[in-house]
Write a protein that binds this ligand. Structure first.
Ligand SMILES: C[S@@+](CC[C@H](N)C(=O)[O-])C[C@H]1O[C@@H](n2cnc3c(N)ncnc32)[C@H](O)[C@@H]1O
Length: 479
C-alpha cells in the first residue's frame, strides 16, 4: 500500500551571494539620493575601501563606476520604464527598492550583460539589501523589463514627439523637461541653422556620453608632445582645439604621466583650456603685468593662466571665496615658474583697489548645465529657480571684475552653462548699465574652432566641440 506522497522537503535557505561591485554601486546611489552626495566624490572613497577590504581590482572598480554613472545619467528614462512595469506611482516605491531596480534596469538596457545574469545579479542584490520578500517584487519587475530592449521601451513610454516634443526628448535622453527646454532655447539662439530635432537630440545624447579625460600641458612647464610621449601610443590622441590638450583614450591613466604627478600638467576639459587661453590672447592696450582670476577654485583655469602669465613675465592673483577651494587653487598653482598669489576673498567685496589688473577672469558659479556629462546626478538635483538665484551673484561678480580692470584691460566672463539667463543675458544686463565697456570678438581668439555662433561672445557645445558647454564673453574697458 502506498501512503500519501511525502511533502516535498522545504528548500534549504541559501544565503544570498554578495557581489562587491554591485554593493558599492548601490551604496553610492543611496548616498547620492539620501545625503545629496556627489557621485564623483563619494565613489572614489567607496572604491578605496572596497579595494582594501574586498580585494577589489581595477576591473571591479571600472564596473562599479559604470553602474553608478550610467544609472544616474539614464535615471529619467529608467524611471519611466520601471513606472510602466509596476501598478503604483514611483513616488510610492521605497527609494531603496527603486535604486535596486534602476541599477538592474541599467544592466538590462544599458550594458552588454546577458539578461539572465542582469536579472539574477539584481535579485541577489535585492536579497542582500532588501530581504527575500522585496526581492520577489524586484524579480517580477526585472523579468518584465527584460522582455524588451531600450529603444522598444522608450518608444512605448515616451509621449509622441508630435504631441509633446520636449517631454518626448526628456524621456528618450533622460533629462528633466525644463533642462531640455533651456538647452533647446539656447541652441536656437547660438545655432539657428542647426537647432531642430536632430541637433537637440545630438546635444542631449552627448550629455549622456562619458567625456574623455583630457590633460593640459601647462605651457613653459610641459608640452602636449611630452605628455603623449609618456603614454603608450594607443592611449592618447592630440587635443582637438587646444594646443595644450592631450585626450586620453579609453584606459589611459593620468596618474602614470610624470608631468601630472609633478603638477606641470593637469586634467582639464578642453573648453576650460580654450577659455583661459582666449583671455590670455585678447589684446590689451599698454601694460600687461598683473592678471586676476576672481573665482579661481578649484584652480584649473588659474593654473593655465598662471603658466601663460609666467611666460610673459606677468603675475597672477587667484582669488576664491571658499577657504577649502582656495587650498585647492594653491595646490594647482604649486611650482608655477612665475609670480602668483592665492587669496581667500569675496569677489563682491574686493581685496584690491579698482583698476588694478590688466586681465581679469570671472568664471562664475552657475547651474553647471554645461557639465552634465561629468556630474551625472546634477541634472536631477538642479531646479529652474537655481538659475534665477545665481543671477544677482553672477551680475555682481562681473561688475566687480570690471571695476578691478584698468582702462584698456580686458575682462572675461565665463560660465560652465549654456543657459541664456546665465550667459549672454547677464553680460547684456551689465553692459546696459555701464558706458565704459566694449565687446572684444572672442571668436578669433579660439583659432580653428568652428560653430562658435555670430559673436562677439562664444558658446561651446558637447555635441559640436566635444567639450563642456562653456560660455565666454570678452569685454574691454575703454581707455
Ligand atoms: C565655476 S567655479 C570656478 C572654476 C575655476 N575657474 C576653475 O577653472 O577651476 C566658481 C568658483 O567661484 C567661487 N565663488 C562663489 N562665490 C564667490 C564670491 N562671492 N567671490 C569669489 N568666489 C566665489 C566658488 O566657490 C567656486 O569655486
Amino acid at each position: 500500500m502506498t501512503g500519501p506522497a511525502p511533502k516535498s522537503a522545504p528548500r534549504p535557505h541559501r544565503r544570498p551571494k554578495k557581489d562587491p561591485a554591485r554593493m558599492v554601486a548601490f551604496t553610492a546611489l543611496r548616498a547620492v539620493d539620501e545625503r545629496d552626495a556627489y557621485a564623483n566624490l563619494i565613489l572614489p572613497s567607496l572604491l578605496r575601501k572596497a579595494e582594501k577590504n574586498e580585494g577589489f581590482e581595477r576591473r571591479d572598480a571600472a564596473f562599479a563606476t559604470e553602474l553608478v554613472y550610467g544609472t544616474l545619467r539614464m535615471r529619467g528614462s529608467y524611471d519611466a520604464i520601471i513606472g510602466a512595469c509596476i501598478d503604483r506611482p514611483l513616488s510610492k516605491v521605497d527609494p531603496n527598492v527603486l535604486d535596486v531596480l534602476s541599477l538592474g534596469a541599467h544592466q538590462l538596457l544599458g550594458t552588454r550583460i546577458p539578461p539572465h545574469a542582469a536579472v539574477s545579479a539584481t535579485v541577489e542584490l535585492a536579497r542582500v539589501v532588501l530581504g527575500d520578500g522585496r526581492a520577489k517584487f524586484v524579480n517580477a519587475v526585472m523579468r518584465k523589463i527584460s522582455t524588451q530592449d531600450l529603444d522598444t521601451w522608450l518608444e512605448q513610454v515616451a509621449p509622441p514627439y508630435e504631441e509633446d516634443a520636449e517631454d518626448h526628448l526628456a524621456v528618450l535622453y533622460s533629462h528633466p523637461r525644463w533642462v531640455v527646454a533651456a538647452l533647446w532655447d539656447s541652441l536656437g539662439v547660438w545655432q539657428p541653422q542647426h537647432c531642430g530635432r536632430t541637433a537637440v537630440s545630438e546635444l542631449l545624447a552627448a550629455d549622456n556620453e562619458r567625456p574623455a579625460v583630457t590633460l593640459v600641458a601647462r605651457p613653459g612647464r610641459s608640452t602636449a608632445a611630452e605628455l603623449r610621449d609618456s603614454l603608450p601610443a594607443e592611449e592618447s590622441e592630440a587635443g582637438r582645439w587646444s594646443p595644450y590638450a592631450v585626450r586620453l583614450v579609453e584606459g589611459g591613466d593620468p596618474a602614470v604621466v610624470p608631468a601630472v604627478a609633478e603638477n606641470r600638467a593637469g586634467v582639464q576639459d578642453e573648453g576650460s583650456q580654450l577659455v583661459a587661453a582666449a583671455l590670455a590672447a585678447a589684446p590689451v592696450e599698454g601694460r600687461d603685468e598683473l592678471w586676476l582670476d576672481g573665482c579661481a577654485g578649484p584652480g584649473g583655469k588659474a593654473a593655465l593662466l598662471a603658466a601663460l602669465a609666467a611666460q610673459r613675465g606677468a603675475a597672477l592673483v587667484a582669488s576664491e571665496s571658499q577657504p577649502h577651494r582656495a587650498a585647492l587653487v594653491a595646490k594647482a598653482l604649486h611650482g608655477n615658474p612665475g609670480p602668483y598669489a592665492v587669496i581667500t576673498a569675496d569677489g563682491l567685496r574686493p581685496a584690491w583697489r579698482p583698476g588694478s589688473f590688466d586681465r581679469v577672469l570671472v568664471d562664475v558659479p552657475c547651474s553647471g548645465l554645461g557639465a552634465l556629462r561629468r556630474r551625472p546626478e546634477s541634472r536631477w538635483r538642479r531646479r529652474p529657480e537655481d538659475v534665477a538665484n545665481f543671477g544677482p551673484l553672477q551680475r555682481g561678480l562681473l561688475e566687480s571684475a570690471i571695476d578691478a580692470t584698468r582702462p584698456g584691460g580686458v575682462v572675461g566672463y565665463a560660465t560652465c552653462s549654456p543657459h541664456l539667463a546665465e550667459t549672454r543675458v547677464v553680460v547684456q544686463d551689465v553692459l546696459r548699465g555701464r558706458s565704459d565697456l566694449e565687446y572684444v570678438d572672442a571668436r578669433p581668439l579660439l583659432p580653428g574652432v568652428p560653430d562658435l555662433g555670430e559673436g562677439p561672445d562664444v558658446q561651446l557645445w558637447p555635441h559640436l566641440h566635444g567639450t563642456d558647454a562653456m560660455y565666454l564673453a570678452l569685454l574691454r574697458k575703454k581707455s
